[in-house]
Design a protein around this ligand. Sequence first.
Ligand SMILES: [Zn+2]
Length: 263
Amino acid sequence: MSCQHIRQMLDAWIDHELDDVTSAELAEHITHCTTCSAIRAERLKLRRLVKSGAPYFVASSSLRQSISQKLAVAANQQQHALIVTPPVRLNSNRRTWWQMAGLVTFASLASSALTVWILHLSVANNVPTIQAQLIEQHVASLANPKRMVDVASTDRHTVKPWFQGKLDFAPTVADLADAGYTLLGGRLEKIESQPTAVLIYQTRKHPISLFMTRATATKPMSVNTIRGFSVANWASGGVEFYVVADTDLIEVERLATLLQVLH
Ligand SMILES: [Zn+2]
């Protein structure tokens, strides 16, 4: 199973909705894949947050009835449409597949709305402070092209020496043009009083900020979505890395993996 496939089934797995065989496959993947494992940990954290912080309302019988009616109508419409989705094997066979499709659609809509709301809450409460700060830096730098880079060059041999003497670690300045990431340049920032190297890459019109500071310990890669931005974070070889972009998580993860290999 691919990481993408795993992530599509992660919520169902956490909610114990998958059959034993599929559950075992997911569990096996999670023990080997740090990225999927980090996403699972994030979802569990979210679940705990929802349980402890969200108000709980019991649906009235009229609400239940109106949802059932809407689902029945939606299911009738879907019966005539050909839907191609990856197979999600569910335990319950009391309902027909089209009823389940309606329920899954409804549940995933409700769950995304809840996720957005909870993430909004956690940012408002400054839970991931550094990451929220980096997103602000990323957005602010893109709004002002003069602030984006102090050294503008696609050549790593121009950008890397520019940092010399300005940092207490050696930043990774990689040429990733062949992989589809064009280097636009670099600048210096102070983040939480730490001198920080920032590189800007671009892929298919999406600018990506790579922040690097000195690290004292190593940290496995974790990926996170905050306010619609994807963030990857890890530390190795005395450097802590943060990749911030408005692309999807997979893109940020791909760049992060490339950088991990090169560093
Ligand atoms: Zn995976």
